[in-house]
Structures are given as C-alpha cells and as structure tokens.
Design a binder for this molecule. Structure first.
Ligand SMILES: [Fe+2]
Ligand SMILES: [Fe+2]
Length: 190
C-alpha cells in the first residue's frame, strides 16, 4: 500500500495526488458501506490516475508496446488510455496481479459492461470525492451510499448529457456500460 502511494506521488502533480488521496478515502468509505474489500479498493484508487500526467504520445506508445486494446476513439483521445496504461504499470512495476484491482484501475475512465463492485466503487468515488463540485454531485453522493449501480448509472447519464451539450461523442464502452446498468436495474425492479 505504501509502495502504491509512493508510486502515485512520484508520478503526479500535487493537485492530482491530492485528488488521488481523496478518491482513496471516498472509495474506502463506499467499500465499507457496501461490504467490499476496503484494502483492495484503496489500492486501486491510489493507482487509478498514476498515468494521468503521462503525455498523450507516450500513452499511445505504451499502449502499443504493451499491446493494450486502443480503438479509433482512443487514438483520437489518448487521455482515455490513462486507465488501461496505469493498470499495466501496476502489474508490471508493482507486481499487482489481482484482476479485481487491475480492472477497477483499467475501467475507471470509461466504465465497462459487467464491471464488478470494486470497479463500480472506484468509478463512483472518482466522481464524488469531496473536491468535486457540479450541480448533481450531492444527489450522486446520496445515491452512492444506497447503490453503486444506480450511482454509476447516474454518473454516466450526466457524462453523456455533458458530452451532448458540447457536441462531443461519448465512448462506446460508456454507452454500453450505461445500457448494462439500466438493464440490471430493471431486472432488480421486476
Ligand atoms: Fe482518471
Ligand atoms: Fe481520478
């Protein structure tokens, strides 16, 4: 855990490192509420943005070297690769093999249909850490203590609406994740 924290500190600006620590505390809190492994989610949170300061060209280069899937969307928006690249750094440089932890890091930017509870906790924590300030954040914070699935769906809907307002496309994985969450929510209501 200390190694992960040092790893993040060495790679991030003061500001992003502060965000990382707040996400770690928030994710740990969510894990405790929802009966998840608090250590695992903290570890994933400490590492989630480890590649956030990496230049776009370098993200593309690393993704190529490590044979990480990068579609046309990611080649146009290399920043989206900071999740998959950070997961691979965690595996290669810190020897982390736990797939739940790696998936949580990998999928924190776009989401992924079928993502597990740990990944959902990190996804949501990233959106609601205490310094986040946007109109729907308090609603999202309340929702997060009730259901990680509902909170993640709401966060994705907000992201889609935000992109639409700005004439930007949303990553296909995010749209598929939202559809998956909405389907499972309907199943729960039945
Ligand atoms: Fe991130
Ligand atoms: Fe983040």
């Amino acid at each position: 855990m200390n190694k992960a924290q040092d790893f993040a500190r060495a790679r991030l600006s003061e500001k992003r490192y502060g965000h990382t620590l707040r996400v770690a505390d928030t994710a740990e809190h969510l894990a405790a509420i929802h009966d998840l492994d608090t250590d695992k989610v903290r570890l994933a949170a400490l590492l989630h943005d480890a590649a956030r300061g990496t230049e776009p060209e370098e993200l593309l280069r690393l993704a190529g070297t490590w044979e990480l899937p990068a579609d046309e969307f990611e080649r146009e928006n290399p920043k989206l690769l900071h999740g998959p690249v950070a997961a691979e750094m965690a595996r290669r440089e810190l020897g982390i093999e736990d797939e739940e932890v790696l998936d949580a890091i990998r999928f924190h930017t776009t989401g992924e249909p079928g993502m597990g509870p740990l990944a959902l906790a990190l996804y949501v924590a990233d959106k609601i850490e205490p310094a986040r300030d946007y109109p729907s954040v308090d609603r999202l914070r309340r929702l997060a203590s009730e259901s990680l699935e509902e909170a993640a769906a709401e966060a994705l809907r907000t992201a889609v609406a935000y992109n639409e307002q700005r004439g930007r496309r949303t990553h296909p994985a995010s749209l598929k994740t939202l559809a998956w969450l909405e389907e499972s929510s309907e199943r729960r209501m039945e």
